[in-house]
Structures are given as C-alpha cells and as structure tokens.
Design a protein around this ligand. Sequence first.
Ligand code: KG4
Ligand code: ZN
Length: 365
Amino acid sequence: MSAHGRLILGIETSCDETAAAVVEAGRIVWSNVVASQAALHAPFGGVFPEVASRQHVRDIGGVIEAALQTAGVTLAGVDAIAVTAGPGLSGALMVGVNAAKGLALASGKPLIAVNHLSGHLASHWLHTDGRLNMRDAFTDPDGIAPPPLPHLGLIVSGGHTDLFWVRALDDVVPLAATRDDAAGEAFDKAARLLGLGYPGGPAIQRAAEGGDPTRFPLPVARTDDGDWSFSGVKSALARQVARLTSAPTHPLPIADLAASFQSAIVRALTDRLALAALAARDHPPRAIAVSGGVSANAALRAALTALGRELGIPVLCPPLALCTDNAAMIAAAGWFRWAGGGGTAGVGGVGEGLGLEVEADWRLV
Ligand code: KG4
Ligand code: ZN
C-alpha cells in the first residue's frame, strides 16, 4: 500500500470538543484540529449536553474542512473515515456520526466506528515528539517505535477513569474503572464547591500551589474490589467545607483544601497502578501509558514519574494536544481496526473482546 493508501480522516464529537484530524497509518499526524467548547460550558460548571450538540452542529463542517486543508488533502485523497461512535453524550455523538456517514456516502469511502476509549489507548501509537503535521518529516511510519507492550493504560478525563492491561490494541483487559464520578469530573465538582470555576482541574491545581496536602485527610477513592469511587471524596470535601464554614475560621483555607483534595485523587490513581504492577510481578508491564485531560495535572505527573522510577519503567504521556479529546487518536484507532494490524507494529483491531466494540447500524469495516 502506498503512503496515500493509509490516510484516515478522524472525527470526534463525543463530549465538548469538535475535532477532526488526518493521520497516516495510525502513527503520523498530518493535521489535528480541535474546537473546544470549554468557555461555552464554563457558566454551567460542567458540560451542558444540549448546548454541546448545538455547538458541534455549528463547528463540525469548518473543523473537518480545516483538518483536510491543513493536511493538504481533499476528501478524495483520504482512504477511510473513522468516527467516535461511543461512549459519550448521545446528541453530541450523533453530530459527528452523521457528518461521517454523509462524507462516507458522498465519497464512497469506508466508514470505521471507533470506541472513544480505544482512541485514548491508541494515542500512544501516535508519534509523540511534540510536533504535529509531520508528513514531511517522516516517510516511514512503521519505522517509528511503538509503545512497549504489555503496558498499563490509564485513561483519566472528565468522562472516564479506566485502567487497562494492554497487550496489544486488540488484546486489552479492563482492570479498574470508576463506579461513579470520573476523576476529572470530581475535580470539576470540587472546584465548583470551592468557588474556583470551570474547568476545575487546572483551577484546583493552581489553588493547591503552596497548600498543605496533609491538612485535611480525605478518604482514598477506592472500593474493595479495586475499582475507584470518587464521589465519596467529593462528599468528604463538602462536609469539610461545611464544617469550616460554620466555624469562625473564615475565610476558607482554599489552598489547603485544594491540595488535600488533589492529593486524595492522585493517591487513588497511583495506588491502583502500583497494585496492578504488583499483581503482574511475573510478567511486569513495560510502561505506564497515561492519557486524558487529568494527565495534565502536575501533582499526578510527579507521582507517576516517581512510581515509574520505582518500578523501573517509563511513564508515557502524549503531548497535551493528543491527551485531551482529539480526532487524531480516533483516526489512529480507526486505522488499526481497519488494517487489522497488517504489518503495522503488530497491533490489530481496536477494542475487540473487551466489550469496547461499538454498536452501529451502518457498515463497519
Ligand atoms: O480529556 P478531557 O479534555 O475531556 C474529557 O473529559 O473527555 O478532560 C477534561 C477534564 C476536566 O474534567 C478537567 O477538569 C480535567 O480534565 N483537567 C485537569 C487538569 N487539566 C484538565 N484535572 C486536573 N488537573 C489539571 N491540570
Ligand atoms: Zn476522552
């Protein structure tokens, strides 16, 4: 297959980012365009689903056009279209799926349904030296080293907190997930509670600077069977705030509260990773691969780096543009699903056997 035989147009609209990207062979990002709705949802302190859907409708056409233009190709020049089919906000997903269906129908290109979580896992296959639009820099995507396998794949975002044992992209075992709030959602709710605005993660991180993370011990967000439960930490924070508000200690010690909360979330995440690594002592993971918006958190990064050092394995984290929701990762996952791993780094279709397959009423490739 020529280089032009493996160009995928990816489309992502599962939450509050309208995104499109062109990626070659699941590895090389030709373009990666994201229209974020964060400012639009800020007044609501979280994503407002109906507002999200409507904004996707406004943005999707321009975003796809920009992705093709930046990559220097037309629709006729791509080989397939990959789109996030779930999980996500249904009204939001529908915008991307319908756009992709329309383009596939009009152009006769294959349409590939992609699971959003598979996309996050696949983001580690994208070449990550921090440069995007690298079509002139590399002619041999198969020559770029893929992430070492098996690895622990941690997805921490506003919508998801999931840990997978990744043997290959088509051989993935779920190890842990959140029972209630996602870690990012917990950050967002805690920030609202502390009056810090939205998105909450960066606001909590800023507020926590110089704070004492040990001042208000909060429960570790774990269940007995190894899943996470973040809503209890948030409730414990709310109770702490209520106690402080009723006492004459006003104003609230925001820095200490934010630092204590952040530390509880970080501990829950890294403790579970350590447990997973320990359980796999005989065949240890060769890396910890982290993605999702919460992986921008400096305290989490520091704790993960320390854990990686302790375990003697690298911690892989794509550049932020590929870590938060984007369509390059969807194009990558779509390619691996479509190509079935044929000659590309030995990875196969994405999400098979995991319950990650998406249900779709249109032609899957
Ligand atoms: O992956 P993402 O951009 O979108 C999805 O949720 O799918 O993640 C957004 C989440 C938000 O909840 C935001 O508060 C959190 O990531 N986040 C952070 C930080 N930056 C973003 N959480 C903690 N610390 C940060 N620095
Ligand atoms: Zn995501």
